[in-house]
Design a protein around this ligand. Structure first.
Ligand code: NAD
Ligand code: UDP
Length: 347
């Protein structure tokens, strides 16, 4: 047995890899557990480079109880940051069973093994999508969830939140933090880790970056007739490094406090930007061209959503520090340095 460690499921992924850097800076020890279904070992090597030491990596699936037992036996795991899961909205509509199995069943398996090893501290990656199509803005954590979610991915997040709440009701010695992320974008300042979507990106920022780098021809702006400032969709974009820092704060909070219910916090900036504002900021900051057409709305999109981030400030002493320029600049830095993402052969 070695020192107490944090198990980071999905730690090879976009948000996970950035969180490893912040955990290391805060002197936490961790083990990454990932099946690499949507990520690459190269990301782990890059993190090791940034932090200047090896990253302990265990390949495995969260649905594989036997493998989880091996890992929990090998290391003294004190808490879990649980990023592992599938996140492509469109794919979740086509393959709902695959999504519920990975996200919901996978989380249940993980929680069972945590319980078996008396490891009862977990930070879970939830999403603003649990709010559905909220009528009031900005959204606060006490607003209704579960209604109006348009896809299995979003419902899997809602279901896991409910499971975690029930788990706490059954045994209040669990310490649970549910972080509802808004729209993570950007990359580490080194430009060596970032978001590396497979195929054509679904999300706005990687799509803009790939148009700017010439990999894709034109951006389609989904909908120009929303009841928003300029007719395009409004979101609360948050720099991934700010988001990563929120995880360190959440772990510290769980370490220090006894809770009478799961902690649920929004992780956003509190500011909404439209698609056209994002394109404008990206072009200006990076001095690049981003050709686009305004096309029909994308099914399942809401017009506008942004967070009230006060609770995170009050309880976690966390707030977003990086602005939209830094988000656009770092996305571009990563994309231009790594036009093919992590798909290189010499690392
Ligand atoms: P990502 O796909 O880059 O990372 C997820 C990681 O989990 C990947 O490395 C993948 O290989 C791994 N994984 C998937 N299924 C697994 C399984 N069954 N067993 C082991 N590992 C598995 O995604 P991300 O953007 O870093 O997101 C991390 C978490 O945050 C996810 O749970 C996601 O749903 C959630 N989230 C993401 C966003 C976003 O916009 N990126 C927004 C809200 C919530
Ligand atoms: N969007 C767009 N074109 C794209 C991808 C996204 O116009 O190619 C818009 C989308 O309609 C939404 C915003 O950009 O208003 C953010 O979309 P994303 O998929 O990044 O996040 P989410 O829908 O999950 O909030």
């Amino acid at each position: 047995m070695e020192n107490k460690k944090i198990l980071v499921t999905g730690g090879a992924g976009y948000i996970g890899s950035h969180t490893l850097v912040e955990l290391s800076q805060a002197s936490y020890d961790f083990v990454v557990y990932d099946n690499l279904v949507n990520s690459s070992k190269v990301a782990i090597n890059r993190v090791a480079n940034i932090i200047g030491k090896d990253v302990v990596f265990e390949e495995g699936d969260i649905r594989d109880s036997k493998r989880l037992v091996e890992v929990f036996t090998k290391y003294d795991i004190d808490s879990v940051i649980h990023f592992a899961g599938l996140k492509a909205v469109g794919e979740s509509v086509e393959k709902p069973l695959y999504y519920y199995d990975n996200n919901v069943n996978g989380t249940i398996k993980l929680l069972e093994i945590m319980k078996e090893f008396n490891c009862k501290k977990i930070v879970f990656s939830s999403s603003a999508t649990v709010y559905g199509d909220p009528k009031e803005m900005p959204v606060t954590e006490d607003m209704q969830t579960g209604q109006g979610i348009t896809n299995p991915y979003g419902r899997s997040k809602y279901m896991i939140e409910e499971i975690l709440k029930d788990l706490f009701i059954s045994d209040s010695s669990w310490k649970i933090a549910i972080l509802r992320y808004f729209n993570p974008v950007g990359a580490h300042e080194s430009g060596n880790i970032g978001e590396d979507p497979e195929g054509v990106p679904n999300n706005l920022m990687p799509f803009i970056s790939q148009v700017a780098v010439g990999k894709l021809e034109k951006l389609k702006v989904f909908g120009g007739d929303y009841p928003t400032k300029d007719g395009t969709g409004v979101r609360d974009y948050i720099h991934v490094v700010d988001l990563a820092e929120a995880h360190v704060k959440a772990v510290e909070f769980l370490d220090k406090n006894n809770l009478d219910k799961p902690l649920i916090v929004n992780i956003g900036t509190g500011r909404g930007y439209s698609v056209l504002e994002m394109i404008k900021a990206f072009k200006k900051v990076n001095q690049v061209k981003v050709p686009y057409d305004i096309v029909n709305r994308r099914a399942g999109d809401v017009a506008k959503i942004y967070a009230n981030p006060k609770k995170a400030k009050e309880l976690l002493n966390w707030e977003a520090k990086r602005d939209i320029e830094q988000m656009c600049q770092s996305s571009w830095d990563w994309q231009s340095k790594n036009p093919r993402g992590y798909s290189i052969i010499d690392e």
